[in-house]
Design a protein around this ligand. Structure first.
Ligand code: SAJ
Length: 421
């Protein structure tokens, strides 16, 4: 198997394509977005991820990675397109459907197709296989088909792509084994072989488990406020127990994975996914909890001006998908507050967000309070004595517990941490 076609050149498809291209395969990376194609052909990349630009540039320059708008005949097809969620919390499978359809005219006997996109259970056998069979070839006999989810953490994608364990679920054993052989060209973690529906479940279970754990942490933060204790101290102590590992509370759960994937269970089996739905609702209501904390401090928020620090869904990435920070800002605006936001990973007006400004000084000047929403490394270096003179009022709400509280209090700040007494 020498030729691989990767469909979808986003956070997963692009690193995967570049990885195969630098491990002996001839790779065609396909994307329907012309802007993405042009950017990559210029040796640039359209996403921020440590080490990715160098890897992609090397692969493109050596001609091992070619970029195009349409699939061409290959030995392997990897579908790495997004599966976003609709307003009604249903999986939008339209990108998977059109990627699978685009393979049909070039699919040949002996080919292997791998779905990587996070998908509801049974997608591989109930949705993808029938589409691929539209050309007359039979899945499992004429062509092989497997599901292998990506499990890498944005910000550490290249490292995790190589070192994480991987699961390959085939529609039959031969398909799974062929996938295992393919990924073993660069994966150093263990490669587990199973059936496609189990592999789909594994992926959703991992992210759902994390979502439920964070929901518990967020609920603990509300209980801590209620009982007058510091949730961060309590979690640290609880986590000393050898079988306890509570995650961190915050302003909510964002990103295109953890805040989305559990809904796939709720959509397919609402009568069974009860705890899963509840956890989603707890995390989705955390921005409202942040607003309540501000109301407790200010009373009405009408006319108050806030400096929001960070708007991405998590630290040290440029990704704003499903970001709870943006939800908090929008709620503040609805309350009649005036909000400016600064994010070191995004320039002013990025994504058409008119509250984004370019620098710290601009965001802080004349604010009635600071709202720290993302724990970007840069914010840990903030000097409270330099910040205070720029503000109207020296109040900061730290939703991520990143600041050294004593230093800020010593500098004259009133500091409130989400979930403290
Ligand atoms: N968060 C908290 N508290 C925590 C940890 C995270 O509030 O203690 C929040 C973050 O701020 C963020 C959200 O959760 O808003 C999700 O961030 P994350 O770092 O937990 O996860 P993702 O979405 O970047 O990546 C996850 C990973 N899944 C797991 O760790 C089980 C990654 O391995 C998956 O590949 C990725 O989803 C994916 O693509 O599915």
């Amino acid at each position: 198997m020498q030729k691989i076609c990767v469909l979808g050149l986003g956070y997963i498809g692009l690193p995967t394509a570049a990885m195969f291209a630098t491990h002996g395969y001839q790779v065609l990376g396909v994307d329907v977005n012309k802007m993405v194609i042009d950017t990559l052909n210029k040796g640039e990349i359209h996403i921020e991820e440590p080490g990715l630009k160098t890897l992609v540039k090397g692969a493109v320059n050596s001609d091992q990675l070619k970029i195009g708008l349409k699939p061409a005949p290959s030995d392997v097809y990897i579908i790495a397109v997004p599966t976003p969620i609709t307003e009604e919390k249903k999986a939008d499978m339209s990108y998977v459907v059109s990627a699978a359809r685009s393979i049909v005219p070039v699919l040949e006997e002996g080919n292997l197709v791998i779905l990587e996109a996070t998908s509801p259970p049974r997608t591989t056998i109930d949705l993808v296989q029938p589409i691929l069979e539209e050309g007359g070839l039979k899945g499992g006999e004429d062509f092989l088909l497997a599901y292998s989810p990506e499990r890498v953490l944005p910000g550490k994608i290249l490292n995790e792509l190589v070192n994480n364990s991987r699961v390959i679920g085939g529609i039959n054993q031969v398909s799974a084994k062929a996938g295992q052989l393919l990924y073993s060209s660069f994966v150093e973690g263990e490669i587990m072989v199973t059936d496609s529906t189990t592999a789909e479940m594994v992926k959703l279970m991992e992210n759902t488990y994390r979502d439920i754990n964070i929901a518990a942490a967020n609920e603990f933060s509300r209980l801590a406020e209620y009982f007058g204790i510091d949730v961060w101290e309590a979690i640290d102590i609880a986590n000393l127990h050898p079988r306890v590992e509570i995650l961190k509370p915050g302003p909510g759960v964002g990103g295109h994975c953890i805040s989305v994937d559990p809904w796939f269970f709720v959509e397919k089996a609402p009568h069974l996914a009860l705890l899963i739905k509840q956890a989603r609702e707890v995390n989705d209501s955390q921005p409202a909890f942040v607003i309540q904390l501000l109301k407790d401090r200010y009373g009405s928020l009408k006319g108050k001006s806030f400096a929001a620090l960070g708007i991405t869904y998590k630290p040290d990435v440029d990704d704003i998908r499903e970001s709870p920070a943006i939800d908090v800002i929008e709620r503040l605006v609805t309350e009649g507050a005036v909000v400016k936001a600064y994010d070191p990973y995004l320039g002013s007006n990025s994504h058409g967000l008119d509250f984004l400004v370019d620098g710290l000084e601009e965001v802080l000047s004349n604010a009635d309070g600071i709202l720290l929403l993302v724990n970007h490394s840069q914010f840990k270096e903030l000097n409270p004595s330099e910040v205070l003179p720029l503000l109207n009022e020296g109040f900061i709400l730290d939703t991520r517990n990143v600041l050294l509280k004593e230093d800020w209090i010593k500098a004259g700040f009133e500091v409130k941490t989400l979930g403290d007494k």
